[in-house]
Design a protein around this ligand. Sequence first.
Ligand code: HEC
Length: 107
Amino acid sequence: MAHMLRGTLLTGILGALLLVGGNGFAEGDAKCTIATKGDSPVVKACQEGGLKAAKKVMKDMVKAAKTNGTKFECDDCHKDADRKYELTIDGKEKFQKLIAATMVPKK
Ligand code: HEC
């Protein structure tokens, strides 16, 4: 939760921070290193709000998938779901399934 508090303070200047590469206080917290290209919802969140936003989107996706009956844990795809989010070998592949699971059409 400490992350969130710090994030709130940063929200306004995150955009600028991302552009200049984040000097100092938000190191490691602000910038995405994995979701840097493509057009996944996570990449978009990274562009808009850095790691913090990405984390939120990932949580929402996991939640949505669960609602649709597919269960995922952060560490199904991330080796280190606390800091660097390095992907597991099949993380990318599972991600496609996660995305699919978040988009089960409601009728
Ligand atoms: C089904 C696999 C999967 C699950 C489950 C998953 N992630 Fe991810 N996550 C990914 C993939 C793949 C990417 C990179 C996405 C891209 O490049 O478009 C990613 C990217 C991220 C990033 C951005 C990291 C960076 O530096 O670019 C964060 C933060 C993150 N995930 C947090 C989480 C958290 C927190 C959870 C649990 C609530 C979670 N993820 C669950 C697959 C997953």
